[in-house]
Design a protein around this ligand. Structure first.
Ligand SMILES: Nc1nc2c(ncn2[C@@H]2O[C@H](COP(=O)(O)OP(=O)(O)O)[C@@H](O)[C@H]2O)c(=O)[nH]1
Ligand SMILES: [Mg+2]
Length: 184
């Protein structure tokens, strides 16, 4: 006879991944879910879904990630999303220009947001760490926002060489599950 000692817990988090086309959203999710770097940009379907499982000291975390090139493409009902990952490319300042609007949108919706600047592997970067920090502390996001927009956590990442690639997800998991959660 066998007994089940404990059923491992699965924490479900549903995340909207938003950033301009070409910033590397698909590349990041393919690397994390299939261990493959996609060299060619193939336009993604609106709301393309990725199931990302990561084991942690508090059990498995299942990130249900939906990819959008713009907040305009988001579903009208936002309540399925627990959190958001806003992404830009540190190699393209135009994509950085979309960040305040994207972050402000999630702030209005009261959706906890993490910011990632992708392609840190490229040597000449158009968007420096300082520019991001200055932006986060100075963006005037208007009245009615929750004011904690300045507390958005930022991670420079590379989907190509996987530098810090899981960090934005760790921040999300620590916010929603446990502060001292670590991936294992
Ligand atoms: N050098 C570099 N290129 C990347 C990185 N991530 C994505 N790319 C490239 O950027 C292009 C667009 O990536 P894609 O994931 O399709 O962008 P998406 O439109 O945001 O989904 C592709 O040619 C990728 O190979 C990265 O971290 N470093
Ligand atoms: Mg894509």
């Amino acid at each position: 006879m066998f007994t089940i000692k404990s059923i491992p817990k699965v924490h479900n988090l549903t995340i909207a991944l938003v950033g301009d086309t070409g910033v590397g959203k698909t590349a990041l999710m393919k690397q994390l879910t299939a261990d493959k770097f996609t060299v060619k940009h193939v336009p993604s379907e609106i709301g393309a879904y990725y199931a990302l499982y990561i084991d942690s000291n508090y059990g498995v975390v299942l990130f249900n990630v939906y990819e959008y090139n713009s907040i305009v493409d988001l579903p009208q009902k936002m309540d399925k999303f627990d959190g958001a990952l806003v992404m830009f490319s540190v190699n393209d300042s135009d994509t950085f220009a979309s960040v305040p609007g994207n972050c402000a949108y999630f702030d209005i919706e009261c959706i906890y947001t993490v910011l990632a600047g992708n392609k840190t592997d490229i040597e000449c970067q158009e968007v420096s760490q300082r520019m991001v920090q200055n932006g986060l502390s100075s963006w005037n996001l208007g009245k009615g926002y929750r004011k904690d927009i300045q507390n958005i956590e930022y991670h420079g990442i590379s989907a190509k060489n996987m530098d810090n690639a899981k960090k934005p997800f760790l921040t999300l998991a620590q916010f929603f599950i446990k502060k001292d959660l670590q991936f294992i």
